[in-house]
Design a protein around this ligand. Structure first.
Ligand code: ADP
Length: 536
């Protein structure tokens, strides 16, 4: 057989070298706990990430050892993303919004050896440390206060390295990072990523028909770096030398808007709840912030209401919806208007953008219903199953289960969807959120989107509540926009124009806020618990 191309291992350390060589002067901005801005650049990032790698090795980290981070989004977390990987270790991002016992369970299950923790998060760390076998605690002095022994200051730790160091041997399938699913059903499960999976994910993420990221962008990731690789943004930004603006612990729209404005951000990303809050501010005072004219948002993690997409469009801001999960690295589909949809009416274009979109190159999808594989006709629904080089094939230290993987090796996502004839996915529910009323399925996602399209509504979640006659009926839990109210009769009449009679909720509750998951999504399990005794 004739030889073809060189066999070169795909590696994230190549991105690090590239950033150090090509993009040294590009800025990395971080908001500190006191709200001041910390400024550094890729030259320092490169040097410090490599120092961290060397220091970790000197301190005993060996290939495959887990090093946890308990950190907000900022320059040091970015350095850790690459320094830990470059050492041969596995970056394990801990979700600081989980309950301490849960974080402890996860850190113990992953067998984390070291942790790098923000000084402001030390009190949280101490609440779960006893559940783990963590040997070394490296503290980032974000507040500038000296770090007390026995903790090791991150800066002192970097100073143990000489800078004269080379990468250990790595294979492209070596584990580089891990992240636990939120565990909304059962215990959280660990997903482990490799150089290969994340390099390929990054390359595809950046193409124009995907998230479309360029080195000329300025990116502000609101999505936490402990949530599904911050949707791949750190890897993409390092590959391209993109200016980064990290929000630190300040994620309120009132904090984000001035930062978007002053740093001339062109790409931001986060779950819908962030933007549902921001649109209210923009609508109230449209001229207040001069946002970059090219600003666009990547939104995912839960369904993006069409009204939100329309709302931002009125301010000249495009929303790109992505669908995926921790198990899919996370991007599996994105919603863009393709060549075949050019002639759609404006309304149909918005409706299309509110769908989850087409699969990315290298990702295969299918929907499986009770009668097997379902046709792509936009009507038949089934569980989405996915297959591809950045889709996990197993969970860390867990036996393969038929709940998660099919016999032919596809991942079962637990999301229910239809797929249109041109491959557009539309999620109708998660299997655990489905509402079955009198034998008919009702999509909670469709109802939520419609209710959030009402001008007086800020947020809405629809849940199934047991019903003596219909088995289950939908209950709408609604937060009104500031200073506004909605009458139940009006809402019912409004929904009756959009849904079949049996799908319109009979029950409505108005609340101050909807409980959130650790990743900022509506926590429907809590709502179901809260309203399980609802009387019809
Ligand atoms: P969890 O929600 O359990 O914390 P993930 O962050 O991995 O875990 O979330 C994955 C799930 O989020 C998907 O299975 C899906 O139900 C939901 N999801 C993600 N993006 C979207 C989207 N664009 N539309 C609807 N649901 C989404």
């Amino acid at each position: 057989m004739q030889s073809t191309m060189m066999r070169v291992k795909l590696s994230l350390t190549h991105f690090l070298e590239r950033a150090g060589t090509l993009f040294g002067d590009v800025e990395i901005v971080s908001r500190m706990p006191d709200k001041s801005l910390h400024r550094t650049n890729y030259a320092a990032f490169y040097r410090r990430a490599r120092l961290l790698a060397e220091a970790l090795q000197k301190a005993g980290i060996r290939k495959g050892d887990r090093v946890a981070t308990l950190m907000w989004n900022h320059y040091a977390h970015y350095e850790a993303y690459f320094g830990i990987i470059a050492s041969g270790g596995v970056l394990h991002t801990l979700n600081l919004r989980l309950a301490p016992d849960e974080i402890g369970y996860i850190a113990n299950h992953a067998e984390d050896r070291f942790v790098i923790v923000d000084d402001i998060l030390l009190p949280l760390f101490e609440q779960f440390r006893h559940l783990t076998k963590i040997e070394k605690v490296i503290v980032v002095p974000l507040t500038g206060k000296p770090v007390q022994a026995p903790y090791v200051s991150y800066e002192d730790f970097l100073a143990t390295a000489s800078g004269d160091w080379d990468y250990p041997d790595m294979e492209e399938d070596d584990p580089i990072a891990m992240c636990y699913t939120s565990g909304t059903t059962g215990r959280p499960k660990g997903v482990v990523y490799s150089h290969r999976s994340q390099v390929l994910h990054t390359l595809v993420q950046c193409i124009p028909d995907s998230v479309c990221i360029s080195g000329r962008d300025v990116i502000l990731p609101v999505v936490p770096m402990f949530h599904a690789n911050a949707w791949g943004i750190p890897y993409a930004a390092c590959m391209l030398g993109t200016k980064m603006v990290f929000p630190g612990p300040h994620l309120h729209p009132d904090d984000l808007l001035p930062l978007l404005e002053s740093e001339k951000v062109t790409v931001s990303c986060g779950v819908p709840t962030i933007w549902l809050g921001m649109i209210q501010i923009l609508d109230r005072d449209p001229g207040r912030y001069k946002l970059d004219q090219g600003l666009r948002l990547t939104v995912g993690g839960s369904a993006v209401p069409e009204s939100l997409i329309r709302g931002f469009a009125r301010h000249g801001i495009d929303i790109l919806q992505g669908w995926g999960m921790t198990e899919t690295s996370p991007l599996a589909t994105v919603s863009r208007i393709g060549q075949l949809q050019n002639d759609l009416s404006e309304d149909d274009k918005f409706a299309t953008l509110a769908m989850q979109g087409y699969p990315l190159p290298l990702v295969d999808i299918r929907i499986i219903g009770d009668e097997g594989e379902q046709p792509w006709n936009g009507e038949a629904v089934g569980e989405i199953q996915v297959h591809g080089p950045w889709i996990t094939g197993s969970y860390h230290e867990l036996p393969q289960s038929a709940d998660s993987f099919t016999e032919d090796g596809w991942l079962r996502t637990g999301d229910v969807a239809s797929i249109s004839s041109i491959g557009y996915v539309k999620i109708t529910d998660r299997t655990k959120d489905l509402i079955k009323s009198g034998g008919e399925w009702i999509s909670s996602v469709d109802l939520e989107n419609a209710i959030m399209g009402h001008p007086a509504v800020a947020e809405a979640a629809v849940i199934a509540v047991p019903h003596p006659k219909w088995a289950e009926r939908p209950l709408a839990v609604i937060v009104a926009r500031q200073g506004q109210s909605v009458a139940v009769e009006d809402m019912r009449a409004y929904l009756a124009t959009k849904f079949a009679k049996w799908a319109v909720p009979d029950g409505y509750v108005f609340v101050e806020s909807i409980p959130r998951t650790s990743t900022g999504k509506f926590l429907k399990t809590r709502l179901r618990e809260q309203f399980k005794d609802w009387t019809w």
